[in-house]
Design a protein around this ligand. Sequence first.
Ligand SMILES: [Zn+2]
Length: 435
Amino acid sequence: MFKIIAIILLTLSTAGAGYFGWTQKKSNAAVTEQVAELTQKVEEADKKVEVTEEELAASQELLPPLMTKAQELEAVKAAFSTGTVLKDLETLYAKEKKGLSTERQLGLAGVRLLTNGTKDPATVAAFQKALEMTDWKGQKTVICAAQNALAAAGEKVKVMSECLPDAPAGKPAGKHDAHDAPAAKDAHGAPAAKDAHGKDDKKGAKKDAHGPADVHAVHWDYEGVMGPENWGKEFPTCGRGKSQAPLNIKGPFEKVRYSVAPDYKQGQLKIVNNGHTIQVNVVPGSKIRIDGKPYDLLQFHFHRPSEEHIDGKPSAMVVHFVHKNAEGELAVLGVMLREGNENPGIKTLWSHAPKKEGPEVVPDGVMFNPTNLLPREMDFFHYDGSLTTPPCTEKVKFFILKSQVNIAKEQVSDFPFKMNARPIQPANGRPIYTN
Ligand SMILES: [Zn+2]
């Protein structure tokens, strides 16, 4: 039931998003009214415990005529731009104790996109993230609608071939797959040239069918014209933020009394090469307590060399564990990796990590416990920073562990990115704490 609601809202919102920035059209009160009506119906349906599939199917029937009228986008846009739809949905979802399903997160992110517009990088990034979390299987309609809408709105999005308007239904992606799509100016500036799947079309198509959406909002890189010096052009916070990360960690330090306590659990390995790093998406259940407050572990990923420096020196690599609490605040636990003995945890990860950019892979029956990458001692340095990749959102708490763990030299060179570390950022008087 929730899935249907999410799809209605998402399709509605992405349809609207697709027209963002288009020519001004006359307001259409009837459409506004229908949007409000549909929203109300959805809310009512949600309140009823015993609501039937038939009833929902009836609300769904409202959709096609609404979609037609959505051509008069100004009206749809107006209905969303008041923020009422978003607020109602947020209120409704806030009651969820267990957290939102990926469908609901996707729907919510879609409505946010429509409300806030595609010009807000944080909103677009949140939507992209929600898309990435969504399982391709059974979600094709939603993902295709979202990809096409973002592309139409002028975002540089990779539209999968199966989502192209003329794609034959049910036929797997062929030779000219996702990355050749018109809106899919490749992540490295050369359309299709550095394509991750082009040469290996059968395999690529198969992976696409199971992986999450393969989407990039705006291209950025670690070198060249789209390198860190220029991130600020597309992502203002990267250039103007005053609390950016990473930092060079050096004294004098201020004292904190609390501790950080990870409680990571074993779970199915889900690993992706997103073109910027190797990232492991973590199944729900792993968390960390920071000063007693729980933060859920979302994912962890690697940088080579370590982004943080200690007394001016980087380590061979760093792993960043990214967490989020109930209020949506982010905390990153950083574990520096120094050259030494082989790391068994890394060995498992690297054996499944895709060498080339592509969708998430979920190797059958392979379990992984992130605890395997932690040292015994949890003493840390702490500072307030930002995401170290665009959009460089601030108010991210960093905890860099003093103890480092080993990684073999060969394991470092097997990491598919030679350099994916943002340069050290100015501290601007920020204190660095230690326990
Ligand atoms: Zn990172």
